[in-house]
Each structure stands twice: as C-alpha cells, then as structure tokens.
Write a protein that binds this ligand. Structure first.
Ligand SMILES: [Cu+2]
Length: 157
C-alpha cells in the first residue's frame, strides 16, 4: 500500500477531529474535556513555518539503517521547501527541532515535510524513532543560507 502524509503539528488540526455525536451527557463531558486538553496542547505547539502554493524546492530524502541521505541539505533563505522522505527499511522519524519538524517515516509511505526557509542557520536533524543499535548515528543538518543582498550601485552626478 502506498500512502501519503503531509507534515504538520504533532496534534491533529480541526479537520482531523472526530465529531462527537449523540446526546448522552457523558459523551458531551468527555468531548468538552477532550476539546479543553486539545486547546491546551495546541497552545503550546510550535508550528512548522509553512507556506501556501507549490514548493519551489523539492528534495528527495531516504532514511535507512543508519543514515539520512543526504545528510546535509542546503536551501536558500526564502525557499518554499518540500522534503519527500521515504524509508529503505524500518520505520524512522524525520526530526528537525529548530524547524518544528517531527514526522514518522513508515515503510510503504511517503512523508512530505513542507517548511518555509525563514531564518538562516544550521538546523540539526535526526531520526526520532528508536530504530536499532545505530539509531544515534542517524543525524544530519539543514542549512538555510542567507539570501543575497541586492547590490546598490551608487549614482554619481
Ligand atoms: Cu532511528
């Protein structure tokens, strides 16, 4: 089976919530409690800086025992980046804490991570799902390079 997953917050957005129906009070109480807990969790949730429309930089990545390939991804500031991540063996997780990215990468599924490259810097990435003895070696980095500053030619009169 081939799947497709778009990254986002670890907690489901409004579109993914199951609607509670029926009239018994216990269910309403449970729904209210669930809504309250969700609101608290969402309030503390860091969102990946994302964008609308198509990406202008698509990067294919593979996770496998015990590497992330490529381990270094360089993108220019301002790029609308889409990482298309697959696994070559078992389940892994692609995590870039500095960009609030943490998504599972499951066999047979394609994980799509979208982020807007806002702030230049080096953002370490790692596997976030314990996958075996070499798990700790599964590291890398995403580098956002500063946008070039347009040169202004002085006008002499
Ligand atoms: Cu791992």
């Amino acid at each position: 089976m081939i799947g497709f997953r778009i990254s986002g917050c670890a907690f489901p957005g409004p579109g993914l919530h199951t609607k509670w129906q029926g009239g018994i009070r216990a269910k309403r109480g449970a729904a209210a409690l669930l809504a309250l807990i969700s609101a608290i969790l969402l309030a503390g949730c860091r969102h990946t800086p994302t964008y609308t429309g198509p990406p202008n930089l698509v990067i294919h990545m593979a996770m496998k025992k015990w590497a992330i390939v490529p381990s270094r991804v360089v993108v220019p500031q301002g790029a609308k980046v889409e990482l298309i991540v697959i696994t070559g063996d078992v389940e892994h997780g692609i995590a870039v804490p500095g960009l609030a990215v943490n998504e599972p990468v499951q066999p047979g599924w394609t994980t799509v991570v979208r982020f807007l490259a806002i702030k230049p810097g080096v953002y370490p990435m790692h596997c976030s799902i314990a996958c075996g003895r070499g798990h700790d070696q599964m590291t890398g980095e995403i580098v956002i390079t500063p946008a070039s500053v347009p040169r202004v030619t002085p006008v002499h009169k």
